[in-house]
Design a protein around this ligand. Structure first.
Ligand code: DGT
Ligand code: CA
Ligand code: CA
Length: 581
């Protein structure tokens, strides 16, 4: 089975988990955690580099010891240190970390106090009411654990969806492989992937090829393939080692457009288009558009849309959420592109839980074509992230002034990601916030308050004078945590009245706002800030995911705060402060 950076990262993460569960040195834990992040986010495969004899790259936080471990993993497929740790610990204990709300510390306590080391034992202990007596737990946490276990059990019945970065890594490698098969012409990934959905259920790949190409044989022989579900002349399906299903279809060149339209979907969009075709006396399927027996369109997607009287609709909009009516009326949005983003307003550094310095982040942002970034580390309340207190923040402000004075090409704005406390007050006083260019307010605790209280909490935070942006508004984590209960319409209207932007946090596991909420923000006239929430210099790539989500949410350049040039941006940020609550 091929070895990817993600596999190396998983090994480092497991080491960090095990070390943390057995209460090892926190710096050691952090070193493995950071290494996992760095390796997982590195753009080139370590295995390819090491196999080719190239010198391994020098990466921040990867010293000689970790470098040697990477070498060992790549060459042997194992890590002796992990094997050793596993032998010392109960075999399934890291499974417990998958229960939302259980971190290594709590797993350790459960194991120490109750001998719990499996999900089944945890379930039994929760049912027996044994958990709430452990120091640090209580009736509430016992209930939460039970709920989380029920949710996990329900999820186990459904097949997992893949987050975009992982799907993209496998999709691109497979497309490259298929393009190298002799006789193959076009290779395109359709389905939800092409519609830029945040997660995909499976990959749907279309290929045009010469009649005598060995496409299907080569496809099922791909080295990532674990199981072949179907193998035919025009259609095959496989499951890769990581569990991702791939459906491959060979389509005739003159049906390419019709097939691409059909397999791009969504199903709801297809059905709506088919209804229009029927009204026009046409038949539409994956082979083309037909009047009687005569084919009138289908070689390109444009021809398919034109046959039903519509201009081209981009894949991101094809959800039957009004795109067909808009296309008819000539009112399709001019969707935002990555090139429209002039800056990034949510960036972390080593001062809190980031991995790079201010200068390193600025350089990386500049290389991505950005004109400004805001440094927005966490505030003091978030102790696990080493949040800044007023003195530390004021020192960072001075440091940014010095860096800005001595460098050109990119402007560094002074900011903070200030914690919203349970009552909606902020973690830092106005006397400190007033020195900043950008204040992002964010909830990181008490995510499960009842709807009314959560809404009041956010409304109160939005009334604080210096707030410019509400970060990751729902706090959902894809596949792990649902959105907080919030009356989003009231939040949006308050934000609009105070010139506050809502964030689309572009971390691929957050993508919060989601597409539907972006659409709502657009309708309500609230500005959206598309931010990387970068914690390392490679994370500016997140902006692409954010743009994908924003496009699915119909956002145009005018709807997004950080498409402004610096002067306009600063004016907008200041306008909010002067709008009286
Ligand atoms: P996924 O894989 O769950 O993320 O979502 P999709 O949209 O990729 O769905 P998938 O893989 O089941 O099918 C790919 C496309 O094929 C889908 O977007 C539209 C088309 N399609 C599938 N089933 C039907 C159907 O019953 N009717 C129509 N009109 N189109 C369909
Ligand atoms: Ca699919
Ligand atoms: Ca499919």
């Amino acid at each position: 089975m091929p070895l990817h950076n993600a596999d190396i990262a998983a090994i480092f993460d497991e080491i960090a988990d095990l070390l943390e569960i057995r209460d090892d040195n926190p710096f050691r834990v952090r070193a493995y955690r950071n290494a996992a992040r760095t390796v997982g986010g590195y753009g080139r495969e370590f295995k390819t580099l090491i196999d080719s004899g190239a010198a391994p790259p020098k990466l921040p936080g990867i010293g000689a010891d970790l470098s040697a471990k990477i070498d060992e993993i790549v060459t042997t497929g194992h890590c002796a240190m992990l094997d050793g740790l596993r032998k010392q610990m109960p075999p399934d204990i890291t499974e417990l970390l998958k229960v939302p709300g259980l971190g290594p510390k709590r797993v350790q306590a459960l194991n120490r106090e109750l001998g719990v080391s499996t999900i089944a034992q945890l379930d039994a202990a929760a049912h027996a009411g044994q958990i709430h007596d452990i120091p640090g737990f209580g009736i509430k946490s016992e209930q939460q654990i039970q709920q989380a276990l029920d949710a996990l059990a329900a999820q186990a019945g459904q097949s997992a969806r893949f987050k975009r970065p992982l799907a993209a890594q496998y999709a691109q490698a497979l497309v490259d492989y298929l393009k190298r098969v002799p006789g193959v012409d076009q290779v395109v990934v359709a389905g939800s992937y092409r519609r830029m959905k945040e997660t995909v259920g499976d990959l749907d790949i279309l290929v045009t090829a010469a009649a005598d190409s060995a496409l299907m044989a080569r496809f099922i022989a791909y080295d990532e393939v674990k199981t072949v579900l179907a193998h035919g002349e025009t259609r095959s399906s496989v499951v890769l080692h990581n569990g991702l299903q791939v459906d491959l279809r060979l389509v005739p060149a003159d049906s390419y457009g019709a097939a691409l339209h059909y397999f791009t979907g969504s199903k709801a969009h297809n059905i709506a288009i088919r209804r229009i075709a029927q009204e026009l006396g046409l038949k539409i399927n994956e082979y083309g558009v037909f009047r009687g027996a005569q084919r009138i369109a289908g070689d390109t997607e444009e021809s398919v849309f034109a046959a039903v009287g519509l201009p081209f609709i981009v894949p991101e909009l094809r959800e039957d959420r009004g795109e067909i009516q808009a296309a008819r009326a000539g009112r399709l949005p001019r969707l935002i592109t990555r090139a429209d983003l002039r800056g990034d307003l949510h960036v972390h550094t080593r001062a809190s839980d980031g991995h790079n310095t201010i200068q390193e982040m600025a350089r990386a942002a500049q290389a991505q074509g950005l004109e400004y970034i805001a440094i927005t580390d966490h505030s003091r309340r978030l102790t696990i992230t080493h949040g800044l207190d007023p003195q530390q923040l004021l020192r960072q402000i001075d440091e940014i002034d010095r860096i800005n004075a001595g460098s050109a090409g990119i402007t560094i704005l002074k900011g903070i990601e200030v914690d919203i406390l349970e009552d909606g007050a902020l973690d830092l006083p106005d006397s400190v916030l007033q020195h900043l260019d950008v204040v992002i307010a964010a909830v990181h605790s008490k995510l499960d308050l009842p709807r009314q209280r959560q809404t009041e909490r956010l409304l109160r935070a939005l009334d604080q004078r210096y707030v410019n942006i509400l970060a990751h508004p729902t706090n959902r984590l894809l596949g792990a945590r649902g959105p907080s209960e919030i009356d989003m319409l009231r939040i949006m209207r308050k934000a609009k009245s105070r010139d506050i932007a809502l964030e689309l946090d572009a971390q691929p596991e957050r993508l919060d706002l989601d597409d539907a909420l972006c659409l709502m923000a657009r309708d309500e006239g609230v500005l959206v800030a598309i931010d990387s929430d970068a914690h390392g210099s490679a994370d500016f790539a997140n902006l692409d995911y954010g743009i994908g989500q924003a496009r699915r949410g119909w956002l145009e350049r005018e709807n997004v705060l950080n498409t402004s040039d610096l002067k306009t941006l600063l004016a907008r940020l200041h306008a909010g402060r002067d709008a009286t609550p």
